[in-house]
Design a protein around this ligand. Structure first.
Ligand code: ZN
Ligand code: MN
Length: 487
């Protein structure tokens, strides 16, 4: 309808649980799935008089994230209290950062495969970098679970280091928002900062959306959608909300700044509360914590920056001679990239190894609902399998049989499996005999080969393969046939 007469503006606030041993302001362990309330102390329970102590590892991981995303880290940062009534935060304030956060600016580059699969051919703005406002560090709250007529609360999560990544309203579509989350997650996992698993609540997303008429300069009224916990609900809720806001404006109604929630079951947004502004939180510097000088930590982080996904893609293209697309698939996950590199190292064809990993291995893992981490076949064996084919020891079809067997007999190597299946190259004398036999039995095709018909040569090769029961190397056979008939 009239959608093109309106411009949507989307900004994301993403909370990420950091992968640290201990909590943000105490030494309690960070661990998922333990006995409720077993990982607590007076500080993370919010008891009066308990004092916070900073977790240097959490600060370092946040600075690292900022460095990877091109942010500035101010020389001094500080901690502020964000006042709130939190049933799951009994001290009634969250220690966060207000005006001096750990990271400022920067951006998240969106990579192609991060877009929804059905949208990868329709990317409006390839190579887009979504601008960031800031990244700050704060503490997570406890976890409430609502039962029929009572609520339980688990403080194991309370005080877990939480990094909040705030983007500018720089995202144009629901699909870009998906690409943003996937691209961000990839970098966080790559650098070991977080496991960023949305299903486990390690990455949670608030979405700010406004629409405005195409001829209007200033942004429209902002609606915030709270606590989206899957990439698909982010996509669906944005589509829904853009449509709803346009409908309101078209009907001549105005929108009120407010916080809404997404109801995934009915596929609609619902009003939660009208939005509080920053001044409602009465931020003030936390008197229990000193500001932090960041210089030394920043220098240490800069000394040892991990390879970023797009850098790995470029290196794979160059070092292994594979296509940009293949390199992007292989580098999408650190563990898959490592697997490929181990498999490709020292083989005759790193390109063929890439084909095997992408076309055969990933399909087989998918079939068996396994991840690359749980792959029973060692990477080096894929390299060895490719080498057997390249050396003419086995044919491609035989290699497929050996490959299937590798999953059943993970303690055996491809050479041993090929041998046990009788896949040995026929000796050359035998092959010569088969070729003579095939030529004698097929004089028509043989004379066509002499006249330059390659298809006829393929036909004869097929006959020789049959005679050798698949043991001959088809490439070699074709060469020998051509030599014989065209000499
Ligand atoms: Zn504690
Ligand atoms: Mn926050």
């Amino acid at each position: 309808m009239s959608e093109s007469r309106y411009i949507p503006c989307i900004g994301l606030e993403v909370h990420v649980q950091l992968k640290t041993e201990s909590k943000m302001f105490c030494s309690c362990a960070v661990s998922f799935g333990e006995e409720p309330n077993s990982l607590t102390c007076p500080t993370c329970l919010g008891l009066p008089g308990a004092l916070p102590v900073l977790n240097a590892g959490a600060i370092e991981r946040t600075i690292l994230t900022g460095q990877l995303l091109g942010c500035e880290t101010p020389p001094v940062v500080k901690w502020d209290r964000k006042n709130y009534f939190y049933p799951d935060m009994p001290k009634n304030y969250q220690i966060s950062q207000f005006d001096l956060p750990l990271c400022i600016g920067g951006g998240v580059p969106l990579y192609e495969l991060a877009y929804p699969k059905d949208h990868q051919k329709l990317i409006e703005n390839p190579g887009k970098v979504v601008e960031l406002t800031r990244i700050h560090l704060e503490e997570d709250v406890a976890k409430s679970t609502h039962h029929s007529n009572y609520t339980t609360i688990d403080f194991n999560r309370a005080g877990t280091p939480l990094m909040e990544i705030v983007s500018e309203p720089d995202i144009d579509t629901a699909e870009e928002a998906v690409a943003y989350l996937n691209s961000l997650r990839q970098i966080l996992v790559y650098s070991g900062v977080s496991d960023a698993d949305m299903e486990k609540g390690q990455m949670r997303c608030d979405v700010n959306i406004s629409v405005r008429p195409a001829d209007q300069k200033e942004l429209g009224t902002k609606i915030e959608l709270k606590n989206l916990n899957s990439v698909s609900s982010v996509r669906r809720s944005i589509h829904y909300e853009i449509g709803r806001q346009i409908e309101e404006l078209e009907a001549g109604r105005s929108l009120t700044q407010a916080t809404w929630r997404w109801n995934d079951e009915i596929g609609q947004t619902e009003l939660m509360r009208t939005k509080e502004d920053a001044h409602d939180y009465r931020y003030f510097p936390d008197p229990d914590l000193l500001p932090v000088r960041t210089g030394e930590m920043l220098a240490r982080v800069q000394e040892d920056l991990p390879e970023l996904p797009h850098e790995k893609v470029a290196r794979f293209e160059k070092d292994y001679g594979i296509t940009h697309y293949d390199a992007s698939v292989l580098a999408a996950e650190q563990s898959l990239a490592n697997y490929y590199e181990t498999a490709a190292t020292g083989t005759k064809s790193a390109k063929k190894v890439a084909n095997w990993v992408i076309n055969n291995l990933l399909a087989e893992l998918n079939e068996r609902s396994l991840t690359i981490e749980g792959c029973p076949v060692e990477a080096a064996k894929i390299g060895a399998l490719v080498d057997l084919v390249e050396a003419g020891q086995i044919s491609n079809n035989q290699a497929k049989e050996v490959f299937a067997e590798l999953f059943e007999k993970p303690d055996q190597g491809p050479a041993a499996i090929a041998k046990s299946k009788g896949f040995e190259p026929a000796d050359s004398g035998e092959v010569e005999g088969f070729i003579d036999e095939a030529i004698a039995a097929n004089p028509g095709p043989a004379s066509e080969v002499t006249e330059g018909n390659d298809k006829a040569a393929n036909f004869l090769t097929g006959q020789v393969m049959k005679l050798s029961r698949g043991k001959a190397n088809p490439k070699q056979v074709t060469e020998l046939i051509l030599k014989k008939l065209r000499a």
